[in-house]
Design a protein around this ligand. Sequence first.
Ligand SMILES: NC(=O)c1ccc[n+]([C@@H]2O[C@H](COP(=O)([O-])OP(=O)(O)OC[C@H]3O[C@@H](n4cnc5c(N)ncnc54)[C@H](OP(=O)(O)O)[C@@H]3O)[C@@H](O)[C@H]2O)c1
Length: 278
Amino acid sequence: MSKACIIGWPVAHSRSPIIHGYWLRTYAISGSYGRQPVRPGEVGQFLASMPALGLAGCNVTLPHKEAAFAAAERKLPGARAVGAANTLWYEDGVLACDNTDGAGFMSHLAASAPGFKARDCGVASILGAGGAARAIVHAFLSAGVHEVRLFNRTRARADELAAFFGPRVQAYDWSRAMACSVDVGILVNATTLGMQGGGGRLEFDVAALNASCVVADLVYVPLLTPLLAAAKARGLTTVDGLGMLLHQAVPGFEKWFGVRPQVTRELRDLLVADLGRS
Ligand SMILES: NC(=O)c1ccc[n+]([C@@H]2O[C@H](COP(=O)([O-])OP(=O)(O)OC[C@H]3O[C@@H](n4cnc5c(N)ncnc54)[C@H](OP(=O)(O)O)[C@@H]3O)[C@@H](O)[C@H]2O)c1
């Protein structure tokens, strides 16, 4: 029986067990996926003990993503680009890691906005310069987006990201987000603004965007964020944050349990029902 888990501190809020539990039932796999609280400073020790605990691997949530990346011996390009890992597994006795957020975002984007073609979109605007923004920048550049514009409250963080990724990524002042997004093919909110329970309000008027712009929000509580609601009302194609959460889980399940699972309507409905209870 294969076992996996998610580690974090705290970890009780994680919805990953719902996702992996659904797939274990759907594919009739005799395995388990649980939540494992791990204290800051104890990540390396926990990861080293996984084989002895019978764990094939784990997901990693805050605040352990950088520590997990540092602990892994084999780092896939998605993790290297972000400097943080969310999925770990043992491969020939070696601890390997990846960061599947960017690929998860792109899979959901393809499903939600089939007309969107990264190579044809020209410019992408990203609000935010944290770990999630970094994963999206890497995914966009890998998919062929010509130019990425970054807007972040703390300008220095956007500058650092732009310097890391090179000339196709440009950093701007936060206050210029609207003015510098009139010609973009996609706008992504990768900040915590709009999040239920104190995320703060995102001041962005979607009237500034052109009619073919796709609007994505990584925030998924609430599912319909004020940004997405305004974009929908303007008739723009929208991409919510929940699909990214579902799709980023696919590679880990495949590594640990040997089946590449599908993100289905039924799974999404299960998560939506759970979000409704929060
Ligand atoms: N859907 C998914 O699967 C998924 C996956 C990962 C993350 N996310 C979501 O993506 C968002 C970012 O996550 P993260 O891991 O990148 O977090 P993070 O590293 O802590 O970054 C947070 C970002 O939000 C910005 N921010 C926070 N408060 C702000 C405010 N009042 N005004 C303007 N900007 C503000 C920060 O700007 P400063 O640099 O100025 O602080 C930073 O750019 C969160 O909402 C998270 O839930 C979703």
